[in-house]
Design a protein around this ligand. Structure first.
Ligand code: GLN
Length: 239
């Protein structure tokens, strides 16, 4: 459900969205990396918000996007496929130039740093430890207090990573001269950060796309992509 403060009076909403008015937001398209993992569910979430989504599988698919969702799945497989389809370096460059990206679980692993496999994009200045709660049987759900929202968020953690601060002594490899914005923790599970934002990057170690709760996708669109476009739409089904 949408946050109360994002709802508008119907009459006001209608006036604001009348074609040709100055307030009408430009239509945007959000890409969803679709090499492996739960990309269809992210597409469904965007559709429910009335936002166009495009599955990204090759370089040309990145053209004209306003943001990119990197889904959960298997980060090693995704990293190998990113290289195979020649998307790895272009995405890394886009990320370092400040392109909005939302990584969930394996997607968050790819956006951050870490030791060993998989090869990471190293865009977000945090370290992620894969499978840090244990194997599949240590998957769990938990109500999460996320600072942007009044009501708890149903957190679905599947072989989830843990987020650690980046070792200050270790300079990020490919950050160039660009200074990263500060990392803001938006949500904790116990004493572990599970949702962080760094400028236009949003990383969640859980799976919002596995719930009917659209608040995080909406947050990404509003606070990372910078659009006030999303409006609630009827639920549509995905085959
Ligand atoms: N454990 C997976 C990995 O390391 C991530 C799991 C997920 O995305 N749910 O890639």
């Amino acid at each position: 459900m949408l946050d109360d403060h994002l709802r508008k009076e119907p009459a006001l909403e209608k006036a604001e969205n009348r074609p040709g008015t100055a307030q009408e937001p430009a239509p945007i398209t959000i890409g969803i990396l679709a090499l492996q993992g739960s990309f269809h569910l992210h597409l469904r979430s965007l559709q429910r918000l009335g936002v166009a989504g495009r599955l990204v599988r090759k370089l040309g698919d990145l053209q004209g996007l306003s943001g990119l969702i990197v889904p959960g799945g298997e980060s090693t497989v995704m990293s190998l496929l990113l290289n195979k389809y020649k998307l790895f370096e272009p995405l890394r460059e886009m990320g370092h130039r400040g392109f909005p990206m939302f990584g969930t679980c394996a997607g968050a692993i790819l956006l951050g740093h870490g030791e060993g496999l998989p090869g990471r994009l190293e865009i977000a200045p945090v370290k992620l430890v894969r499978n840090a709660y244990g194997t599949q049987i240590y998957s769990f759900t938990a109500p999460l207090e996320l600072s942007p929202f009044k009501e708890p968020f149903h957190g679905v953690f599947i072989r989830a990573p843990k987020i650690l601060p980046l070792d200050k002594a270790r300079k990020p490899k490919s950050s160039g001269s660009r200074q990263s914005p500060p990392v803001e923790v938006l949500g904790w599970h116990g004493d572990l950060p599970v949702l962080v934002q760094c400028g236009s990057l949003l990383l969640a170690t859980f799976h919002p796309e596995l719930t009917d709760d659209l608040r995080l996708h909406e947050y990404f669109l509003e606070h990372c992509v910078g659009t006030s476009q999303p409006k609630p739409q009827a639920v549509c089904t995905v085959p």
